[in-house]
Design a binder for this molecule. Structure first.
Ligand code: SF4
Length: 221
């Protein structure tokens, strides 16, 4: 895939996002701790659910110290109505490791971030791109769906998220200096337009450049 196509993809997507991007409280922060809390809460749940609890969570546990010393029962009570009660232990452990191993400061290297409980490459990259502006992607199943459809990207792995090539491909799409907005743009585009079951191809800004759309037109003819 030529570099200019990737740059064009990023340009179109960012233009779309400037008008259509979603607003969430965790996108207003420059605090890496608050970003990681959002990522831990957002796993396997919806943004709508997390939105209901995020601000009160951050106000109550605004530092790793407070989280490390939290009462599990209190945390559970806060998260249980949203079906997130099971995450209390993990969050406390996350706070403790931050305090004990990193003096309460969120590290700025992927290998250190991934030593934190509940933090994998996706969440590490969320901090590196959203906060530190590094040219890395937040590759999840939604991001993979978009690159499969638009570029015809294929992976030999059963789970493309475990494919080093997929990460390299996704990272190569991230425009320099816009990593934060670009990763949000892909997430929002996958959720609002290039949906899993029924993509809104007829109104999509990428339809003239998309492998999936071209293939589906061939089948219709
Ligand atoms: S044309 Fe359809 S499949 Fe292609 S990117 Fe747009 S919504 Fe997704």
């Amino acid at each position: 895939m030529p570099a200019e196509s990737k740059a064009f993809f990023a340009k179109l997507l960012l233009k779309w996002w400037e008008k259509n991007g979603r607003k969430f409280p965790w996108r207003n922060t420059k605090d890496p701790y608050a970003v990681l809390i959002a990522e831990i809460l957002l796993r396997k749940t919806t943004a709508k659910q997390v939105e209901r609890v995020y601000n009160s969570f951050i106000s109550r546990y605004y530092s790793p110290d407070l989280l490390a010393g939290a009462e599990e029962a209190e945390l559970k009570k806060m998260l249980k109505p949203l079906g997130l009660g099971g995450r209390s232990k993990l969050l406390i452990e996350f706070g403790k490791v931050l305090v004990e191993k990193f003096s309460g400061t969120v590290p700025d290297k992927a290998e250190d971030l991934m030593k934190l409980p509940g933090v994998g490459l996706y969440s590490a990259n969320a901090v590196l791109s959203f906060i530190y502006g590094q040219k890395v992607s937040t590759l999840d199943s939604n991001f993979i769906r978009v690159i499969k459809r638009v570029f015809g990207f294929t992976s030999s792995k059963a789970r493309a998220r475990n494919d080093k090539r997929a990460w390299e491909f996704a990272n190569s799409l991230v425009p320099k200096g816009r990593s934060r907005e670009f990763n949000w743009a892909v997430l929002d585009f996958a959720s609002l337009v290039c949906k899993s079951r029924s993509p809104l191809c007829s109104q999509c800004i990428l339809k003239n450049y998309c492998v999936f759309f071209a293939d589906s037109r061939k089948i219709e003819k």
